[in-house]
Design a protein around this ligand. Structure first.
Ligand SMILES: *[C@@H]1O[C@H](CO)[C@@H](O)[C@H](O)[C@H]1NC(C)=O
Length: 243
């Protein structure tokens, strides 16, 4: 499946995804260009308000990817460096969350200069994806939840220990009861989107247990740990608006 993706990296807070075309010409339904921008962040999982820190370790949009085989599945990812949990000495439960508001803009031109209203965005085309690292003992569970607040749909996945991703971030597919049922937003063209991200880790039974869910990290010259950020990918596609 991955080989059908075009992956596009973005700069700063504005993520553009330029689709790549193939020769067999499946029907594609998409505007010439589009962008997302973080307009509001709330919660302990995103205390930086998305303000750039010069190290790319703030809450930010990271990349987009899409299928090019006519299935029209689009994903865009948001990285949350502070969205991480670790069990304390006594075990129990630890959790964190963030509510994110994005401004979505459609463009009539590839360069992204002229705004358009020719397409209607549809959220939740194919569930959601978390990109994370984790290391949890037996008896420990880690749960990712991602809610499309405008669509009232929640996707989730629970990882049961023992489980370890290794240092390299791992894709965790989140599915909900209505995965793959897209939800139309009301407007054609630009709109606001709202998402809630939650991460919870829970230990059952006696004794001290290891449990951490975080993201790829390194230590800087000042000895401070810099987290790349747990990434959450939301999915979407478009419908052409009738004129
Ligand atoms: C769609 O979701 C399913 C299940 O969550 C996943 O296995 C599949 O890879 C996803 N497709 C794409 C193109 O991401």
């Amino acid at each position: 499946m991955k080989s059908t993706f075009a992956i596009v990296f973005s700069v700063l807070g504005l993520a553009y995804a330029h689709p790549t075309r193939r020769d067999d010409n499946p029907i594609r339904i998409l505007p010439p260009n589009w962008g997302f921008e973080i307009t509001s962040l709330r919660g302990p999982g995103c205390p930086d308000f998305g303000v750039p820190d010069g190290k790319d370790r703030h809450t930010r949009l990271t990349y987009g990817m899409n299928t090019v085989d006519g299935s029209e599945i689009y994903y865009s990812f948001i990285a949350y460096p502070a969205l991480r949990v670790e069990l304390g000495g006594g075990g129990g439960v630890e959790s964190t969350w963030c509510e994110t508001e994005l401004q979505y803009t459609e463009y009539k031109d590839g360069a992204g200069r002229v705004e358009g209203e020719d397409y209607r965005l549809r959220l939740h085309k194919n569930g959601s994806i978390a990109v994370s690292t984790y290391d949890i003992d037996s008896g420990v569970t880690a749960t990712f939840r991602f809610t499309y607040l405008d669509a009232d749909v929640t996707d989730s996945n629970t990882i049961r220990g023992p489980a370890a991703s290794g240092e390299i971030t791992h894709d965790v597919y989140l599915a909900g009861p209505t995965s793959g049922s897209p939800h139309e937003v009301t407007e054609c063209g630009a709109t606001k989107l709202r998402f809630r991200t939650e991460l919870k880790i829970e230990a059952k039974g006696e004794g001290r247990k290891k449990g951490v869910v975080d993201s790829y990290h390194s230590t800087d010259d000042q000895g401070k740990v810099q987290y790349y950020g747990t990434q959450m990918g939301f999915s979407y596609d478009w419908q052409k608006c009738k004129k």
